[in-house]
Write a protein that binds this ligand. Structure first.
Ligand code: NI
Length: 170
């Protein structure tokens, strides 16, 4: 399975709402497999399709986050159906490398969607996994984690990111 290129936050594909998946075909299954490979290769615990340049409504997430055992799950057309208790914690993103910030998220969520066979999925998550679900859902809606911060904080992080980008490119 090839590792795909992860686009960074300067790419406009991350700003568009992803399109609902209508058909689960061989191309989508291959994309999902490659996304899992890409996520682990980048030491990530979640990856949305638009992060590899595909504006389709699916993400991969490691639901074994709290067990230190790999357990990748693909969720197609996901929705958050319930959430409660906001909590602050540090967060990062594979599309904004080396930038971290405290973001307020729900402590518990219920997520529904479909697997690659078209079967309904339902997850209840709390803590870090709940946070990861919300982060990936945001991606599918064209939202980046720093959008949840004040403009001042976001500007600081964006400057930090652009500096790092320059350092990488030079
Ligand atoms: Ni991210």
């Amino acid at each position: 399975m090839p590792v795909l290129k992860i686009v960074n936050c300067m790419n406009s594909v991350l700003r568009k709402k992803c399109l609902k998946v209508e058909n689960i075909d061989a191309a989508l299954v291959a994309l999902a497999d490659n996304m899992i490979e890409t996520m682990y290769s980048a030491s990530g615990l979640g990856l949305a399709a638009n992060q590899v340049g595909v504006s389709s409504d699916l993400f991969v997430i490691d639901v074994g986050i709290d067990k230190e055992k790999r357990d990748p799950v693909i969720i197609i057309n996901p929705i958050i159906t319930a959430s409660e208790d906001k909590i602050m914690a540090e967060e990062g993103c594979l599309s904004i490398p080396e930038v971290f910030a405290e973001v307020k998220r729900s402590q518990r969520v219920e997520v529904k969607g479909y697997d690659l066979k078209g079967n309904e999925l339902r997850y209840e998550a709390d803590g870090f996994l709940a946070r990861a679900f919300q982060h990936e859902m945001d991606h599918l809606n064209g939202v980046l984690f720093w959008d949840n911060l004040s403009k001042v904080k976001r500007d600081i992080l964006q400057r930090k990111f652009k500096k790092k980008l320059k350092a990488i490119e030079s």
